[in-house]
Write a protein that binds this ligand. Structure first.
Ligand code: KG4
Ligand code: ZN
Length: 333
């Protein structure tokens, strides 16, 4: 099966062609092309401006899709289906990809499949690790999402917890701004923290079950910076990053223990953070947990993960109705 995937839920315009080969216990995927165009227009505003994102998607969607087909050496007629992110995300941004994909599907008479963006992130793990089979735990930590999921099977998930306020990457971005770093700030915090020490004891958020909260930690950093005359920014960055790691590990440990699962895949932009990877791997060694971190291109938003999810959804549930609409917020299950 050969699928085209389209992703426009936030500030990345992405298209990808992948092929899937049936195997037991699950299909394996081959990425024939994965083109991602990140919109840098937002950095000057310190956050994604929805209207600018939609406009950029409109300009980019056709050339990005054409490039994905050219790189894969595939014609539209070779496709077995077209998958697109329909939710969650910025509605105006989602609508660009969704309308484009519906029009393509109608004109080519090819199946149209709507994919939940979070399901895409699960497939970024399955794409990256052919040996990773359900059941496993997945954590998505990005600028827009913080989710802990139980992957019971392909297209069979249970949402264990999510953030009650800011997303994990959003907290990185807000703390980065307090430290005078550019947007998006996650990678800048990681860099600054390289020479830092854990001199500040920020409280690890205390929130029940498998849910997350970052606003208290963010405020703790703000108060610390307001109180200290000459804060050592490197130490603040390092201490914040360690506290985030402690918090995420606490939730993972709880779920791994309860569900008796020791394989955990981590996806989303924050999963690129080398120190977080190091902390998790170290914790894994001590507690017999195996962590899976896709490469950076697969951690961040891309369309290969949408195409792979689209194939599996199509195999199980057939095409989506053309009446499917974009939605800002929707649960995975
Ligand atoms: O997955 P992503 O590219 O986009 C979505 O939000 O869907 O994630 C972007 C987020 C931003 O908040 C960014 O600051 C954060 O991921 N990020 C990082 C790092 N690189 C990107 N956070 C911590 N450390 C990093 N190295
Ligand atoms: Zn994402």
């Amino acid at each position: 099966m050969i699928f085209l995937g389209i992703e426009t839920s936030c500030d990345e315009t992405a298209a990808s062609v992948i092929s899937a080969q049936e195997k037991e216990p699950r299909a394996s995927y081959n990425i024939l092309s994965s083109i991602v165009s990140s919109q840098y227009v937002h950095s000057q505003y310190g956050g994604v401006i929805p209207e600018l994102a939609s406009r950029a998607h409109i300009q980019l969607i056709v050339p990005i899709t054409q490039t994905a087909l050219d790189v894969a050496k595939i014609n539209y007629q070779d496709l077995d289906g077209i998958a697109v992110t329909y939710a969650p995300g910025l509605v105006g941004a989602l609508l660009v990809g969704l309308s484009f994909t519906k029009a393509l599907s109608l004109s080519l008479n090819k199946p149209f499949i709507g994919v939940n963006h979070l399901e895409g992130h699960i497939f970024s793990l399955l794409l990256s690790y052919p040996e990773l089979n359900p059941p496993f735990l997945a954590m998505i930590i990005s600028g827009g999402h913080t989710e802990l999921l139980l992957i019971k099977g392909l297209c069979d998930y249970e949402q264990l917890g999510s953030t009650t306020d800011d997303a994990c990457g959003e907290a990185f971005d807000k703390v980065a701004r307090m430290l005078g770093l550019p947007y998006p700030g996650g990678a800048f915090i990681e860099k600054l923290a390289l020479t830092g020490k854990r001199t500040v004891k920020f409280p690890v958020p205390d929130i029940p079950d498998y849910d997350f909260s970052f606003s208290g930690l963010k405020t703790a950093v703000l108060y610390y910076l307001q109180k200290e005359k000459n804060p050592v920014k490197e130490n603040v960055a390092y201490s914040f990053q360690e506290t985030v790691s402690d918090f995420l590990l606490k939730k993972i440990d709880r779920a791994a223990d309860h569900y008796k699962i020791n394989r955990i895949g981590i996806s989303g932009g924050v999963a690129i953070n080398k120190r977080i990877q190091e902390r998790f791997s170290q914790y894994g060694k001590e507690h017999n947990l195996q962590f899976y971190f896709p490469n950076p291109q697969m951690c961040t938003d891309n369309a290969a993960m949408i195409a792979a999810a689209g194939i599996e959804r199509y195999k199980r549930f057939g095409p989506s109705p053309l009446s499917l609409t974009a939605e800002a917020r929707v649960k995975l299950i």
